[in-house]
Design a protein around this ligand. Sequence first.
Ligand SMILES: Cc1ncc(COP(=O)(O)O)c(C=O)c1O
Length: 456
Amino acid sequence: MSDDPGLRLHRPDDILREAVIDAARDRLTLDPPPLDGARTPDDLAAAAGTMITGSGLGGERALRLFTDVIAPACLSMDHPRYLAFVPNSASEAATAFDMLVSASNIYGGSWMEGAGAVHAENAALRWLADRAGLPDGAGGTFVSGGSIANLSALAAARHRWRRRGGAASGSPVVVLSRGAHSSIGSALELLDLEPFLVPDDDCGRLRPAELDPATLSGIESLGERVAAVVATAGTTNTGSVDDLDAVGDLAARCGAWFHVDAAYGGGALCSTSRRHLFDGIERADSITIDPHKWLFAPYDCAAVLYREPEEARRTFTQHAEYLEAVNDGEWNPSDYAPHLSRRARGLPFWFSLVVHGTDAYAAAVDRTIEVTELAAARVRASEHLELVMEPELSVLLVRRPGWTPQRYRDHCERLARDQVGFVVPTTWRGETVLRLCVVNPVTTPDDVTAVLPPPP
Ligand SMILES: Cc1ncc(COP(=O)(O)O)c(C=O)c1O
């Protein structure tokens, strides 16, 4: 091949290509992967040295930089004792296939450019919509995370509210509970929507039947200003599920958009033991579900589903002279969220679903719920620990009576330093407690026990 420097980037390099594939294969076969963890910025800068140079470091050094310095400074979210925040436990099929998706460099924004990928992604979206009980016409797209999915849904809600003349009644308001995820608050801020915050119950659930008369009449007095009512199916802090049917009733009474944030909890829609908690989700105008949380897809993969996708199309379709060729009436994922170019990030999820079948998904989710229950039983039986509340899904809040917030932090730091596991404390009603979230079917009750505060 020509030695034109302009072609250097695109000259095939068998050695580098194979080395990258080997490194990926090595990572995929680690069982379990090392937990690893963050380093300080100074430490990393010293270890990595100058990385980006005029003439390049060459493939071998660059790859070593990643495997020896960069990757070990990232926590393995798929480690069975990574139980903080919401972990990730992508199936091997999904992760391996993600490499092929990357190698194929598919443009997933439009039917014209990525019809095959869009067809496959839509099948995966349809499966999610069926789990929720949304009607045939429902659809949406995969975005980078639950935050963008929630933002997209609320942008569509605001659009419908405006289109229906809501502005005549004043500025738009969204009803949400204290248990709603921070990304809902952030979306309201971005969209200039005013929050109307209502209390949650002892387990962090929004249960309209338990709202006090003053709150209910506060909502009523907003009249047509209510653009949306938000429910959470699987609150992040406690893993509890709002009374979706009753929140749906509330939204209907307000004539408002009903959004259900099931970013974390959505996995349990395919659980045999917990599906009943989601009754009422079928009434939603939009739903967020993150397969990168509890449906075994690698980052990043979040679904936003709309009961009436037309509403989202009105909100998001971009118009430009050069884009009219794409706006041809076909299903374009770019019409359903604030994005145009997009990676076909639903494909690894789709592939794993096709490979393993949906029964395996139900069994995997049920297993994580069982492990949570077994771990909860151990906490209940222990003399030095208490359950803060009974788990509804797969989040456990554990109290170690007598511990200060600093003792919880020290405990978590020691676990991470000794590479035992990764957990972080949270607060519940002002009290610091330990929070664990089980979404990895490989996690055992012993893994959970290993990160709990030890007996005195
Ligand atoms: C209920 C809920 N909604 C939204 C989000 C935000 O999702 P993401 O981190 O994918 O943006 C989370 C994250 O944990 C969540 O638990």
